[in-house]
Design a protein around this ligand. Structure first.
Ligand code: SF4
Length: 222
């Protein structure tokens, strides 16, 4: 592992401890959460997931068989519920038609092939696909998000204009391909991003990564 990434990881882990991500009672629930969390806070997703649990439809076949209007009503607390109903149904259709509703069969597919299949599902972008693969499937793919981008760019490890796949390749070329490590690393970056590396005003003074800043200490808004 590259020395600076190892040190960043160890500092975050010492400061925050294991994050126990991703919350969910089953791989399918994690998958549903990965779609519902787009553009909303996790607490709203929790309310939608509670509705799905209460309705006893938290499995691919039952959720796919649910009339779209009923699904929309159940996931309404997650916001953008009409769009998310379509995205969720696209994903469910893929699982039902391609894998006969079996997540076990789906996650036996090679990582690269399954990633390409998920990205071909309308409404499933790279971050959602990688979250599904890593957190629901336990497959070693790094999940990139705004927090990771911001932290790395502010430390001069990547450019501010780096793309999703450039950042993903950066992590994956520097870290051992270990799903547990990718899991914890991503979760810790989200934690430091929320608590310290805020968009407009980074709180470097109290941040576990402060000693890893470049000497100039420039941390522009981002
Ligand atoms: S808050 Fe400062 S020290 Fe912490 S990750 Fe952001 S730029 Fe680095």
């Amino acid at each position: 592992m590259a020395a600076h990434l190892r040190e960043a990881y160890e500092r975050m882990l010492a400061a925050f401890g294991p994050q126990h991500w991703w919350p969910g009672e089953s791989p399918f629930e994690i998958m549903v959460g990965a779609v519902l969390v787009q553009n909303t806070a996790w607490r709203n997703v929790e309310r939608a997931i509670a509705n799905l649990r209460d309705a006893a439809v938290m499995n691919p076949r039952a959720l796919y068989d649910l009339p779209p209007a009923e699904l929309a009503e159940l996931i309404r607390p997650a916001g953008y519920y009409q769009v998310k109903t379509k995205r969720l149904r696209n994903l469910l259709q893929f699982i039902v038609e391609q894998y006969d509703a079996s997540l076990e069969a789906m996650f036996r597919t090679s990582l690269q092939t399954l990633r390409e299949q998920l990205l071909a599902v309308h409404g499933i972008g790279p971050e959602t696909a990688d979250a599904i693969l890593l957190y629901a499937g336990g497959l070693p793919t790094f999940v990139v998000d705004t927090y990771a981008h911001r932290v790395l760019a502010r430390h001069g490890w990547i450019g501010y204009d780096a793309s999703y796949h450039e950042i993903k390749d950066y992590f994956e070329s520097e870290l051992p391909h270990d799903a547990a490590l990718f899991n914890e690393y991503h979760a810790l970056l989200v934690r430091v991003g929320k608590e310290n590396c805020k968009r407009s005003v980074p709180l470097c003074e109290t941040c576990p990564l402060a000693e890893l800043l470049p000497e100039c200490g420039v941390v522009p808004s981002f």
